[in-house]
Design a protein around this ligand. Structure first.
Ligand code: HEC
Length: 121
């Protein structure tokens, strides 16, 4: 896990201008959301638009997220619920296999905004 995180940041520094990999950096909130996603390492389990690598397969792809009916098949698809799920999935959906993530409340809100904003390809 540590090795993966390290090589992820090395890859980003070595061969990519992170700005170029962002598909929708239209406003500050989305840019902050993507930065928080990168910091928290969501990509190790999820394919996330705007994040070239890693694109993990353990969790569902987060492409077209605002089209999903229920978050993780169980929760109403609203920004506040999504933010709560991102911080503590098993806390809001008992038995969820996504671990609690070390992001702040405001980072989770930014991430939720980012995920809702990335459906248009
Ligand atoms: C260790 C692997 C892992 C990590 C890291 C992880 N997730 Fe997940 N995620 C999962 C799994 C597994 C599920 C399915 C959970 C379920 O169905 O209860 C999931 C589900 C989700 C869902 C619901 C998807 C849907 O289609 O309804 C969202 C949104 C999500 N994760 C966002 C994030 C974000 C944002 C981060 C980073 C802060 C993150 N995840 C980090 C494994 C992970």
């Amino acid at each position: 896990m540590i090795v993966m995180a390290l090589s992820a940041s090395v890859t980003l520094i070595a061969c990519k201008d992170p700005v170029e990999t962002r598909r929708e950096p239209t406003n500050d909130v989305k840019a902050r959301g993507l930065a928080a996603i990168e910091r928290a390492g969501c990509g190790s389990c999820h394919k996330i638009p705007g994040l070239d690598w890693p694109a993990g397969r353990l969790g569902p792809s987060l492409e077209g997220f605002d089209d999903v009916g229920l978050i993780a098949g169980a929760l109403p698809n609203r920004p506040d619920v999504l933010a709560a799920f991102i911080r503590n999935a098993p806390g809001v959906k008992p038995g969820s296999t996504m671990p609690p993530m070390p992001v702040s409340a405001s980072e989770a809100e930014d991430i939720a905004a980012y995920l809702y904003g990335i459906d248009h390809d």
